[in-house]
Structure formats: structure tokens, C-alpha cells
Ligand binder design. Structure first.
Ligand code: HEM
Length: 313
């Protein structure tokens, strides 16, 4: 039990370091080499090209993350403490092979199991929440400055699938010219909020739900003046936006601190956003979709119960 726990928390440490590096390496504009791949041929001792040590460190951590679970099970097999698992089953199968066939099969197996393991690790929101609450309580508004990733998730929710994709029609109060087009006084003008919030020049891979786009390299939240279009335009801009801002934060933070929200196993499909449909373009919300919302674990259940008792709801 002790060594399993030690291995798990070491893994989490490695995964966190790796997530930090990949955040630094994949943020749009963070590394010039992402935009100009030719730069990879430039020797690393030249100033401004220090991404290579970062890339190497990322690679090494990735290898560690993939290899360690297998090493752990192999040690367990040797001293008879290995618990039933997919890795154990696969390693036992490998024993039936030999030579290069075995080497090849082991490589594939290590990669596949490692991927399964790492895919489940990116519980970044929950890591951030746990570090702040210590899992002793639910998050509060006072925690907000310490939860930049939650903040980024909220911004991305507003951007990714805007509630009002075409806002509300407006009219010009005087004649105007926009990019060479004459717009007479009184003309109906519809702001295409969807197009603005999915402009690839402002938001790379606009259809991907990517909260990291709202984080600076140091992990702080990036301001995005364009995002206000989610609430409309001009003097009739939504007065409820401040309430939305607060509500969205507390709902996301509270829900994710105690629940795992997942696609339902029997839902079918590849899990891409295309299989989810939305109501019309005026007010757009998701049509019913299959998902599971379950307490993260026993500790989460206790927190939910104690909070429900405290609020009497
Ligand atoms: C995610 C939630 C919300 C979104 C995305 C949203 C978005 C919008 C948009 C796009 C408009 C039209 C602005 C324009 O004319 O260009 C609007 C108007 C308005 N919203 Fe919201 N809204 C939200 C929630 C709320 C809430 C919670 C309230 C009230 C508590 C509210 C109250 C209003 C009112 C009163 C107007 C009309 C303002 C006017 O015409 O002067 N909204 N909202």
C-alpha cells in the first residue's frame, strides 16, 4: 500500500511537471519554432533558441511517465505483489513470446498502456482546486484569484459555444462607413458573435475547447477584450454579465471540485463535439446529451453531504 501510494504521488509529480512544460511549449506564440519548424535545425547554443532543453526535458518526463507504471508492475511480478491490472495481464501475455517479436510487442504495449495512463492524468482543474481547498471544503469566491485555470475554463465556455451567437439586432443611429461599405442611419446591423469568437486569427483552433489560450506563460489569466461580444454590443450590452461571471465561476469551481463529469460509456461516437447538437441561433444551448456526473470519490461524497447539511438544501 505504502509503495503504491508513493509511486502514485511520484507519477502525479512527473505528470504535473510535464503538463507545465507542454503548457509552455504549446501556448500560441510561445515558441517561434512551432510557427517556423525550420528553426529546429538551428543549433541550440544560439540565443533565443533555448526551447531544445525544454523539449528534451519534456521528452524525458514523457518517457518516465510511460515507462514507470510498467516498471512498477514488473517489480510487483518479481516479488509477488502485483495487483490484477491490464499491465499485468499484458506482461503475462508477453512471456509467451521471445526475441525481436517480444521486444516489438513490449514496445507497443508500453506505449499503449502509458497512453491510457497519461490520458487520465490531465485533471488540471481538479488539481488546481485541490491545491487551494485541500479537499477540506468547497471553493469560495475568495479563492478566485488562486484559481486561474478555473477562470480560463469559464472564459472558454463563454467563447467556445456562445449563448447568443448572433446577439440581438441593432440599428445605426447615424450614417457610417465600415471597410468601404456605406451603412445608412437606421440600418439593421447584426453582430456575428459566433464568427468573432471563432476567428482563427484571434483564437487558434477555434473549435477546440482550449482553456490554456487564456493563460499567460506564468500561469496568470490573460485578459481578452474581444470576449465581451459574448454579451452583445454597445450601450445595450447585457447588464447581467457580471452576475453570469460570478455564477459561472462558482458553479464550475464547485461542481468540478467534487464531481467527475464524463461522456456516458454507452453514448457511442468518438466523443467529438460534432455529435452534440444545440438549439437555434438566437439563444443557443445544448440539446439533451448523455453524460455521467458522479462524485469523484468518498471524500467528495462527504464534502457534498456536509455542504448540503450546512446549507439545508
Ligand atoms: C451566459 C449568460 C448570458 C449571456 C451570454 C447573455 C447575453 C446577452 C446578449 C448578447 C444580450 C444582447 C445585447 C445587445 O443588445 O447587443 C443580452 C441582453 C440582456 N441581458 Fe443577457 N446574457 C446572459 C445572462 C443574463 C442574465 C443572467 C441577466 C439578468 C440577470 C441578463 C439580462 C439581460 C438584459 C436585461 C438584456 C437587455 C439589455 C438591453 O437591451 O438594454 N442576461 N444578454
Amino acid at each position: 500500500m505504502g509503495s503504491t501510494h508513493r509511486t502514485a504521488s511520484r507519477k502525479l509529480g512527473v505528470a504535473k511537471k510535464l503538463t507545465k512544460i507542454s503548457r509552455r511549449a504549446t501556448l500560441p506564440g510561445a515558441l517561434l519554432v512551432n510557427d517556423l519548424p525550420l528553426l529546429r535545425h538551428i543549433p541550440e547554443w544560439l540565443p533565443w533558441f533555448s526551447y531544445k532543453p525544454l523539449a528534451r526535458r519534456g521528452h524525458d518526463l514523457g518517457q518516465e511517465l510511460i515507462n514507470e507504471p510498467i516498471k512498477f508492475v514488473k517489480t510487483g511480478m518479481l516479488n509477488g505483489t502485483a495487483q490484477p491490472s491490464l499491465a499485468l495481464e499484458q506482461l503475462q501475455e508477453l512471456e509467451k513470446l521471445s526475441g525481436t517479436e517480444r521486444e516489438e510487442a513490449e514496445k507497443v504495449m508500453v506505449g499503449a498502456i502509458g497512453t491510457l495512463y497519461t490520458a487520465g492524468v490531465d485533471t488540471r482543474v481538479q488539481d488546481e482546486l485541490d491545491a487551494v481547498t485541500g479537499r477540506e471544503r468547497l471553493p469560495t469566491f475568495d479563492d478566485r484569484p488562486k484559481l486561474p485555470f478555473v477562470e480560463a475554463v469559464c472564459k472558454e465556455i463563454l467563447r467556445w459555444r456562445p449563448v447568443a451567437p448572433l446577439a440581438v439586432p441593432h440599428a445605426t443611429t447615424k450614417d457610417d462607413v465600415y471597410e468601404g461599405f456605406f451603412i445608412p442611419k437606421g440600418a439593421l446591423v447584426i453582430g456575428n458573435t459566433w464568427a468573432i469568437l471563432h476567428d482563427p486569427e484571434i483564437y487558434s483552433e477555434p473549435d477546440v475547447f482550449k482553456p490554456e489560450r487564456y493563460l499567460n506563460l506564468d500561469g496568470s489569466v490573460r485578459d481578452d477584450p474581444t470576449l465581451t461580444v459574448a454579451f452583445g454590443y454597445g450601450r445595450r450590452i447585457c447588464p447581467g454579465r457580471h452576475l453570469v461571471d460570478a455564477t459561472l465561476f462558482i458553479v464550475v469551481a464547485s461542481l468540478l471540485s467534487v464531481f467527475n463529469v464524463k461522456k456516458r460509456q454507452d453514448a457511442g461516437g468518438a466523443g467529438g463535439s460534432s455529435e452534440y447538437t444545440y438549439t437555434g441561433a438566437h439563444v443557443s444551448r445544448p440539446n439533451p446529451f448523455p453524460c455521467t456526473i458522479v462524485p469523484r470519490d468518498k471524500r467528495a461524497e462527504e464534502l457534498i453531504i456536509s455542504d448540503t447539511m450546512a446549507t439545508g438544501s
